[in-house]
Ligand binder design. Structure first.
Ligand code: HEC
Length: 206
């Protein structure tokens, strides 16, 4: 019953796809129907507790895409201490995860381009003014072979909605829908291989 209700809401969410970027990006209610008290004063510790209680649900939602990374990324290293709000990814709470080939990302080492196969993923959720917790998209970047896409320094960008729908992949299905990702990332400071990293205040080794 609950599952049917959730599927219905997910269907409604999909009906908005294509109207505008904002609608397409609309977060969907989590299957847990989670509500939290006093959302305006959500501390870092509480944001982490919310995340710990929903991260399996997020993973299962992204896994509906069939992408193998969706099943694996939460076992990778997470360089941020708690989820934090990202102004550029829709004001959602996000976490960063880096695979072994992207270990320099977790160590915040700059100056050297990342090797082919390096993958960095962000999962995300939103908290509404009334305290509803909503799942958000998964953002992925992967370093591909030399020449894959010179303007993005061979990074592939991908976004997966909580419904499991793949919004777009660089040089693949829906490529035009993730072009804005690469455009913004190409503005990252020199010497950072088009990555932005994260604010010092949320880094685990601080
Ligand atoms: C307007 C600029 C902008 C756009 C558009 C954007 N990003 Fe980002 N991205 C950032 C910034 C800034 C960070 C650093 C962390 C943060 O504040 O979210 C970041 C971080 C990331 C990271 C972690 C690696 C890193 O750079 O540190 C991934 C993965 C990512 N973005 C994927 C995406 C994907 C996929 C899209 C498109 C669906 C996208 N981004 C669109 C600015 C942008």
């Amino acid at each position: 019953m609950v599952f049917r209700w959730f599927t219905c809401i997910a269907g409604l969410g999909l009906a908005f796809v294509g109207l505008s970027l904002k609608a397409q990006d609309r977060p969907q209610t989590l299957g847990t129907h989670m509500m939290i008290a006093d959302p305006a004063s959500l501390s870092d510790a509480r944001a982490e507790a919310v995340y710990q209680s929903i991260k399996d649900t997020l993973r299962r939602q992204y896994m509906k895409s069939g992408d193998p990374v969706a099943a694996a990324f939460q076992t990778w290293r997470r360089p941020n201490r708690e989820p934090y709000r990202s102004g550029v990814h829709g004001q959602r709470f996000i976490n960063h995860y880096a695979n072994d080939l992207a270990e320099d990302y977790g160590d915040f080492k700059l100056g050297k381009p990342f090797p082919e196969g390096a993958i960095i993923v962000k999962d995300s959720f939103a908290v509404t003014e009334s305290g509803g917790v909503m799942s958000g998209p998964m953002f992925l970047i992967e370093k591909k072979e030399n020449g894959f896409n010179p303007s993005s320094k061979d990074w592939l960008f991908m976004m997966i909605k909580p419904s499991g729908e793949v919004v777009g992949i660089t040089n693949g299905v829906g490529a035009s829908k993730v072009r804005f990702c690469a455009e913004c990332h190409s503005q990252a400071p020199d010497g950072q291989d088009q990555l932005y990293f994260m604010p010092d205040s949320v880094r685990r080794n601080n």
